[in-house]
Design a protein. Structure first.
Length: 177
């Protein structure tokens, strides 16, 4: 991975075939990440894109939902991962889910994209005025825990096989003294 052109793009109501292919490759979800865009039919997929655009606006949210923005991580022209940023937490999200969730497509894992994704999402959170973000991950997911700790995550608790981490979003960039 060159990281020469890593960037986040916000989900849109109309997306490229490359995004559709990535969503299929990721599948319904794993390790606690639910791929909310996974759909068998084209029609259901388009509906999910539209629903996610609405949820990102924060208006007319369904009961129990919070405003959430879905992002794609691109390296050059290739989408390599999917992330989500929630702007506030419900009691349920405090237990599991947190502010940030993300996944890297299976064919692109092990190249450092998870770390790049989490850094980018933390910057988006900081830009949105969220000083500290919470993430949860499975206790036995050592790769994910390493990524979170590398990005400044502090382990708050470990219970029932799940870790709760907090990251101060302003601390991503090296400080110039």
């Amino acid at each position: 991975m060159h990281h020469h052109s890593i960037r986040l793009k916000r989900l849109k109501a109309e997306e490229s075939d490359e995004i559709r292919d990535m969503i299929r490759e990721i599948g319904p979800g794993e390790n606690g990440f639910v791929n909310g865009l996974y759909a068998e039919s084209e029609e259901a997929y388009r509906q999910k894109l539209a629903d996610n655009v609405r949820i990102a606006s924060g208006e007319n949210l369904p009961e129990g939902y919070v405003r959430q923005q879905v992002y794609w991580l691109y390296d050059g022209d290739r989408p390599v991962g999917c992330g989500k940023l929630r702007y506030w937490l419900t009691d349920a999200l405090r237990l599991h889910g947190g502010h940030i969730g993300y996944t890297i497509r299976p064919s692109e894992r092990g190249h450092g994209y998870g770390t790049a994704m989490l850094r980018e999402l933390s910057e988006e959170a900081a830009a949105a005025g969220i000083d500290e973000v919470m993430l949860t991950c499975n206790a036995d997911n050592t790769a994910s825990r390493r990524v979170i700790e590398r990005c400044g995550g502090r382990l708050e608790k470990l219970e029932e096989g799940s870790c709760t981490y907090w990251i101060k979003t302003g601390e991503q960039r090296p400080r110039h003294t």
